[in-house]
Design a protein around this ligand. Sequence first.
Ligand SMILES: O=C(O)CCC(=O)C(=O)O
Length: 243
Amino acid sequence: MAPSEGEREQFREAGFFVTERLFADELLDRIAGDFERLRSEQDAAIRAAGERQGISLEGRNFIAGIDEKSAAGRELCTGAGLVETAVALMGPDLRLYWNQAVTKAPRSGASFAWHQDSGYHPIEPAEYLTVWIPLEDSTVANGTIWVLPSSHREGLQEHVIDEQTGDKVGYQGNEPGIAVEVKKGAAAVFSSLCLHRSGPNTSAAPRRAYVVQFAPTDAVDPNTGERWGGLLEVARGGRVVAG
Ligand SMILES: O=C(O)CCC(=O)C(=O)O
């Protein structure tokens, strides 16, 4: 479903908006089942290694490449409703740049530091689209995301690695930002240049989110001139092409 004029305006001005319902509970529940399986495999690997794996800590897991690990995930991230939203905001020729599970365990899931998604890996042009899709209602208590409205207008910020967590930190100021609570079935859509963070999960249930990112098909890593990330084409000439 294409975003409304009001949503586009908020995206341009504030760098983010929250959609109406886009996804069926049944599809989200199948994805949640796959995330639980992948998370417990990753937690076992973290325990065996005795140290974090990249930015994954036990209880705060990042699992990339969901489109190749979960049929339900692939169905969601290549589905017409989502890709049409991406085309309306990012242009006619798009690929699935990155997609990952981000799960936080009950009561122990840690926070995630302020960053711009573009701060994690260089890309030219620097702006792409992030769609943050909670698999249950996301709240401040269970570790929803927070954004700094209009921060995307300031361009790419320097990011500094936190050696303890591996987080790349793109904002050290005192602005609290605003909490973005998202109902199951909806999504937060934001510019990859919009500064955001997420809080700890203090609730008694897991908090799981599916992060799906779309970039212009020809976007490159400026250091190598090569395309980087996922190469799955999802839209060409404004039409949905992947399934
Ligand atoms: O889901 C979260 O807790 C935050 C995820 C996030 O900010 C990201 O993947 O860039």
